[in-house]
Design a protein around this ligand. Sequence first.
Ligand code: FES
Length: 146
Amino acid sequence: MSTETAEFVMPENGPTRRRVLGVAGVAACGVALTACGAGEPGVPAVPPGIKGKVIAKTADVPVGGGTVIDKWKVVITQPSAGVFKAFTANCPHKGCAVGRVEEGIIQCPCHGSEFAADSGKCLKGPAEAPLAEFPLRVDDDEIVLL
Ligand code: FES
């Protein structure tokens, strides 16, 4: 993926950041935002009510894929065998719930944004930010958000 979207100061009456990013490549996500993660300022914490709860069984999450837990608005992925990740299912673009997880990519059905299933990193816009990651632990065959 190209990272030709270096930061620079925009003139007040110049193009918007979004427009400039669009010129640099429709598929590019915001460079400055891709390093964000859970626990950083502005990144949501685990939603109240699900912290400490079993949200899925490991058998429900295919290797290389994932499962969207609609009830909790969380997507659980298994990027490689035995490695589980949890992210918000709310797309940072306009808030749609992400859909399928295939071949290591979490897809948003609304406008086509794509996110890495191992990190939540935005791979393809229009979203400009990653999916916030939630900490988890695996107890035997149960996935628990921390
Ligand atoms: Fe997900 Fe627009 S809401 S791409």
